[in-house]
Write a protein of this length. Structure first.
Length: 300
């Protein structure tokens, strides 16, 4: 019989596809699946970030420069009373990933010349101290440094020894120190790359044949908090024993045993550039030793 007017044709229903497991071999009676269960895709684990190149973070930097990397830096500093200042130029070069060569030159300073005791004029004096050093990284956290500081006129020579250490705690914190541990006189006096007034005083003492220091022991530690990848907060403190003395006044020019502390920040706008500023005391027993210090480093 023909379909009535307005009636549609019969619709053929599509058959469901056969199950994937016709035999039931993949069934697990102990973990039945409800209707509608769908196997979730395994989570994708991101590969760990592999750091390459010299870190911009101060807390993550190694003790020595990488192979074939060079760095030039200047470090001016001052004390307010009596006013003195000095600035050293330093260059480093990574010979191998674990061996570094360094050269330091004391550019000069502003101070009252001890050779003219009747005058109290503060003037600029050219530096006369220069030296060569080698640092070898024994492990990631410790190295050894040997240097030969030389004062040009009068000729003075010493041997400097350090045991630089650095412990990293994640990406944010680092502790270290002992990088400038010993400076031992070999001829006349032990030159300094930090205090040009100390060099001038020792040179003047040599002219008048006064007792000279045999060198100094300096035990210092530092801490780094990496606030951002390009901004770190730094602090350093320690004690310095001039002529290896254990007392405040044991016959040195000034005080023999001093305690120092400095704190500041380092900003690295580029991976190859560091800018730093700090304040502190070279001798906590003297308020006049308070002063600022700066730092500028450029790497290629």
């Amino acid at each position: 019989m023909a379909p009535a007017a307005g009636e549609g044709s019969a619709v053929q229903m599509a058959e469901d596809p056969p199950p994937a497991d016709m035999t039931g071999t993949d069934e697990n009676p102990d973990a039945p699946k409800a209707v509608g269960d769908v196997d979730e895709a395994p989570a994708v684990v991101a590969a760990p970030v592999v750091r390459t190149g010299y870190p911009i973070e101060a807390s993550l930097r190694p003790i020595t420069l990488p192979q074939n990397m060079s760095e030039v830096s200047i470090a001016p500093h001052a004390a307010v009373s009596p006013f003195t200042s000095a600035m050293a130029l330093r260059a480093r070069y990574g010979i191998t990933p674990k061996v570094q060569l360094g050269v330091t030159y004391m550019l000069g300073g502003l101070f009252d010349d001890p050779a003219t005791p009747t005058s109290d004029t503060v003037a600029l004096h050219a530096g006369k101290a220069v030296g060569l050093d080698v640092t070898v990284m024994l492990q990631d956290w410790i190295g050894v440094q040997v240097g030969v500081p030389v004062y040009i006129s009068p000729l003075a020579i010493s041997i400097s020894l350090g045991a630089p250490i650095k412990f990293r705690f994640g990406d944010k914190f680092a502790l270290g120190g002992l990088d400038d541990l010993l400076n031992i006189r070999v001829k006349k006096f032990a030159p300094s790359f930090y205090n040009e007034l100390q060099n001038a005083t020792a040179a003047n003492d040599d002219l008048v044949n006064t007792i000279k220091s045999d060198g100094e022991l300096r035990v210092s530690v530092f801490g780094i908090y990496q606030h951002r990848p390009n901004f770190a907060i730094l602090a350093r403190t320690g004690i310095q024993m001039q002529d290896f003395a254990t007392g405040k006044t044991d016959g040195c020019d000034g005080e023999c045993l001093t305690t120092f502390i400095h704190a500041g920040f380092q900003f690295s706008p580029r991976r190859y550039l560091d800018l730093g500023l700090s304040i502190g005391f070279d001798d906590l027993s003297r308020g006049g030793s308070f002063g600022p210090a700066g730092f500028l480093a450029f790497r290629i």
